[in-house]
Write a protein that binds this ligand. Structure first.
Ligand code: NDP
Length: 385
């Protein structure tokens, strides 16, 4: 029986992963090694009981008594804190879903990769902060990284066994998020509640706000660069309000292969779970006649400066990804807390990149977790409102 673990099980992606395991037969079909969460202890304990996990871990030590109580008599071991997350990630598993939000997902993801097996990667922050380190760790252990972000899963599926040299460009689509059609002058006053709604996808709050600012798409462009080894000029973003085509690969021979699907994360997670096979998934099939039409437009970089910053980060290389991600996370924290406005996030990230790019070592890609975390801390401190 395949052994699986889900990091960030209580979140939007993680819970979809748990749904798929349940749908496939739960403990009859998979042996669940570890499930982890943050503060949603009731949900974590319920999932761990249902899937008969070996261990359930909360990231927060103060939540341990509550988790222990909730798991009493279940046979599931309870643990807490960052060391416990690492311990859980080092427990052998065949398939690990990395779906913690933010750079907190990096250390458990790296630890899981070092064990071999397959890392189904939703935590794009890991690739943006430390793409080279992830690839090297996977190469050393023989682990496989499979994308779970829907656009990257779509690129992976559209590429198939095609040689990257035949690829002219890869297009990843963006819905445009909550403010796609807002007048530009209204954006500065946008509230957290307004930024936390999404026209098509049901996701966690942070990625939903990042969709409105396009920081999410900027992260995905860098993720595509790191994951597929594509040069920045071969990655293009198109606004596609219907979120049906997730990505398209265009070849030098003029042919393009697009991946289409309903905006439902269970497809990309299930694809990674069953790969290299394709098995039935509880995802509705598309009805193109009912959809009628699909529309596309160029992204406006005045509205979404994050896309320009992504190109600058890829060109700079070195520690730019780690700084970009941490500055973005800090700016997002400050926006959610009401300390800065929606349109202050972009300039704050840009200034942080400019300031830290003058520091020694910025041009070297971080090759240890400690170095990534040093840049992460420095960027958060610099970006803090
Ligand atoms: P959520 O906010 O819904 O869930 C995040 C998960 O991480 C929860 O289990 C949460 O625990 C846990 N968590 C939060 N902070 C920490 C921490 N400091 N240490 C350990 N665990 C923590 O996020 P999403 O599911 O939306 O996103 C997860 C990842 O997947 C992100 O990297 C995102 O960019 C990516 N992604 C998400 C998509 C989506 O559809 N949502 C699509 C593609 C990629 P708790 O809730 O219990 O506090």
């Amino acid at each position: 029986m395949r052994r699986i673990s889900i990091f960030g099980a209580t979140g939007s992606v993680g819970a979809n992963g748990v749904d798929l395991i349940r749908d496939a037969g739960g403990p009859e079909a998979y042996r669940t090694v570890a499930l982890t969460g943050g503060r949603n202890i009731a949900r974590l304990a319920e999932m761990a009981r249902e899937l008969q996990a070996e261990i359930a871990v909360t990231a927060h030590e103060d939540c341990l008594p509550e988790l222990r109580d909730a798991l009493a008599g279940s046979g599931v071991r309870a643990a807490a804190g960052s060391n416990a997350l690492i311990e859980a990630a080092s427990m052998p598993a065949d398939w690990v879903l990395s779906s913690i939000v933010g750079s907190a997902g990096l250390a458990p993801g790296l630890t899981a990769l070092a064990q071999g097996g397959t890392l189904a990667l939703a935590n794009k922050e890991s690739l943006v902060c430390a793409g080279g380190l992830l690839r090297d760790t996977a190469a050393a252990s023989g682990a496989k990284i499979l994308p779970v972000d829907s656009e990257h899963s779509a690129v992976f599926q559209a590429l198939g066994s095609d040689n990257l040299e035949s690829v002219k460009e890869v297009v990843i689509t963006a819905s445009g998020g909550a403010f796609r059609d807002w007048p530009l002058e209204r954006l500065a006053a946008a509230t957290v509640a307004e930024a936390s709604t999404h026209p098509n996808w049901a996701m966690g709050q942070r990625i939903t706000i990042d969709s409105a600012s396009m920081f999410n798409k900027a992260m995905e462009v860098i993720e595509a660069h790191e994951l597929f080894g594509l040069s920045p000029d071969r990655i293009r973003v198109l606004v596609h309000p219907e979120s049906i085509i997730h990505a398209m690969v265009t070849h030098h021979d003029g042919g393009s292969i697009a991946h289409l699907g309903a905006p439902d994360m269970r497809h990309a997670i299930g694809f990674a779970l069953n790969w290299p096979e394709r098995r039935p998934l509880p995802v509705p099939a598309l009805d193109l006649a009912a959809l009628g039409q699909l529309t596309f437009r160029e992204p406006d970089e005045l509205r979404w400066p994050a896309l320009r910053l992504a190109r600058e980060v890829m060109q700079a290389g070195g520690a730019a990804g780690a700084v970009f991600n941490a500055a973005k996370e800090q700016a997002l924290d400050d926006f959610i807390a009401g300390r800065i406005g929606f349109t202050d996030m972009g300039p704050r990230v840009e200034t942080t990149l400019a300031t830290l790019s003058a520091q020694p070592g910025f041009g070297h890609a971080p090759d240890t977790l400690d170095t990534v975390l040093q840049w992460d801390r420095a960027a958060r401190q610099e970006a803090r409102a």
